[in-house]
Unconditional design. Sequence first.
Length: 134
Amino acid sequence: VVTENFVPYVLPFSPGCGSLNDSGNLHEWLDSYEAAETLETINILIASTGFSLSFAMEGNTLIYQYYLPAGLSFDDFTEEEKEATFDAMVDANADSIQTLFTMFEAERGLTLDAVRIVVCSADGTELYRRDVTP
């Protein structure tokens, strides 16, 4: 699949549509119905792109792990070209990502250290990683 025409897609970033008013930690949120519902909603929204998403955590870092569709390859890209491509995707979502910090703090009393964006090939090979901090 040719990827030189890859256009960074503005991907949805949301901690959920429901209330985060329960005090707790990131692990509790990831195990919640709300997180599962959020993940399902985002995956429905991005299905037409072929991307899929999973959530994870490391300490107080919320990880958005995106998987490229099978057949989409960045093999012909240099590391710098891959980074520029995915940086553009993250930068296009900067406001939404910053909203996550505000929402988790205000509605859950949880201060995230970072939101990590990881992009993997369909087979799980990591292609890109970036931590966004408040």
